[in-house]
Ligand binder design. Structure first.
Ligand code: PMP
Length: 404
């Protein structure tokens, strides 16, 4: 059955507003998604009714907060099919999760000459931490190039991944181009040479079902705010063997068993990686986002999003001076318009209440590889977008082209 989008939209208070005199058309979901009422309620409920620190005190509120916080970990574990909740480590987001792996795994398990394989499509968050590791350890970064169609070149990947490869770190869905990468094939290639795998799922979790056991990756990372939860909370999933072996990254309170001035022994998983007071409200609200999504027919929502992308791609393809970049499949569509600076178009669209993103999308090496120094215009959908949203964007682009 087709999802009842107008009814679902009522769950998202931000969507029902007038921006610059027009109803908001929010097409910047790859940057961050809007939050449904149950997520806002979860945040409010925690701070109003149960605010207390977790794991430490024996008083009632602390018990309630701890139970809600740990229940949220269990919800996230089930959402991504992790074998156990303790394999879900709370982080601030994708960036911090990758930094955790870079420091804890990369700095301790990589050596001079080891190769780290990334792809041209990566977000800066999945490039810069590995550069730091390479600079400190002497490991070498290798980059999977693109095909002429701006997709990840699997044949080149097969040549690049060798017994020297120690780590493969790639995104599941490109935030800049909306292409779905063949992560299963890449993980299989990496495993055949004994390399460790990290999948950046930041742009996948809001659109695709994720099953970390079926993917069989060693690490999977994502941000709550890209899947209708608040900012400041994210997840590192890891295989137990690695999480057990890796040393803590940040240290301090919450992550210890015992401390003396001579010696500290660290806590068990997941606490060993969670130094300091965590984002309790954020974790609980991420649990609420998981509940919310789990109550919807996600396959039907994915079909709806797919229809929106087709509508957008067909509309753009009919404009001769518009160039769609690559083959968008999930979430984002990037395009350029001859003689129009992306930023100028975005400003004109904003005047019509239409929110899109322009620029390099935190993927400067990708933009360089594509020869797009000015970046692109990116429209990115979530399930709450409508055919009217896409029609408004296409009409806005028409209007802007006349203006220039
Ligand atoms: N990777 C990808 C593919 C992303 O889209 C983003 C966010 N734009 C990140 C990593 C970084 O996520 P965050 O800023 O939430 O840490």
């Amino acid at each position: 059955m087709a999802p009842d989008i107008p009814t679902l939209r009522r769950d998202f208070p931000t969507l029902a507003q007038i921006v610059n005199g027009h109803p908001l058309v929010y097409l910047d979901n790859a940057a961050t998604t809007q939050k449904p009422q149950p997520v806002l309620d979860a945040l409010n409920h925690y701070y109003r009714d149960t605010n207390a620190n977790v794991h430490r005190a024996s008083h009632a509120l602390s018990g309630q907060a701890t139970r809600a916080f740990e229940a949220a970990r269990g919800k996230v574990a089930r959402f991504i099919n992790a074998p156990a909740p303790e394999q879900v480590i709370w982080t601030r987001g994708t960036t911090e999760a990758i930094n955790l792996v870079a420091h804890s795994f990369g700095m301790h398990h990589l050596q001079a000459g080891d190769e780290i394989v990334l792809s041209t499509l990566e977000h800066h968050a999945n490039i810069v931490p590995w550069q730091q590791v390479a600079a400190a350890t002497g490991a070498v970064i290798k980059v999977i190039p693109l095909t002429a169609g701006a997709e990840l070149d699997l044949e080149a990947a097969a040549r690049l991944i060798s017994p020297r490869t120690r780590l493969l770190a790639v995104g599941q869905v490109s935030n800049a181009l909306g292409v779905i990468n063949p992560v299963r094939e890449l993980i299989a290639m990496a495993k055949s040479v004994g390399a460790v795998t990290l999948i950046d799922g930041a742009q996948a979790v809001g659109h695709l079902p994720v099953d970390v056991q079926s993917l069989d990756c060693d690490f999977y990372v994502f941000s709550g705010h890209k899947m209708f939860a608040p900012t400041g909370i994210g997840v590192l999933y890891g295989k137990r063997e690695w999480l057990e072996k890796m040393p803590p990254w940040q240290t301090g309170g919450e992550m210890i068993k015992s401390v003396s001035f001579e010696h500290t022994s660290f806590g068990e998983l997941p606490f060993k990686f969670e130094a300091g007071t965590p984002n309790i409200a954020g974790a609980i609200a991420l649990g609420a986002a998981v509940d919310y999504l789990s109550g919807l027919d996600r396959a039907a929502l994915a079909r709806h999003e797919h229809k929106l992308l087709q509508q957008l791609l067909t509309g753009l393809a009919a404009m001769p001076d518009v160039h769609i970049i690559g083959r968008p499949q999930a979430g984002s569509v990037s395009f350029t318009i001859d003689e129009v600076h992306p930023q100028d178009l975005a400003t004109l669209l904003d005047m019509q209440g239409i929110a899109v993103r322009t620029g390099h999308h935190c993927a400067m090496p990708l933009m360089q590889a594509l020869g797009l120094e000015q970046g692109t215009i990116r429209a990115s959908v979530a399930f709450y977008n409508t055919e009217q949203d896409i029609a408004a964007l296409l009409a806005g682009i028409h209007k802007a082209r006349e203006f220039f």
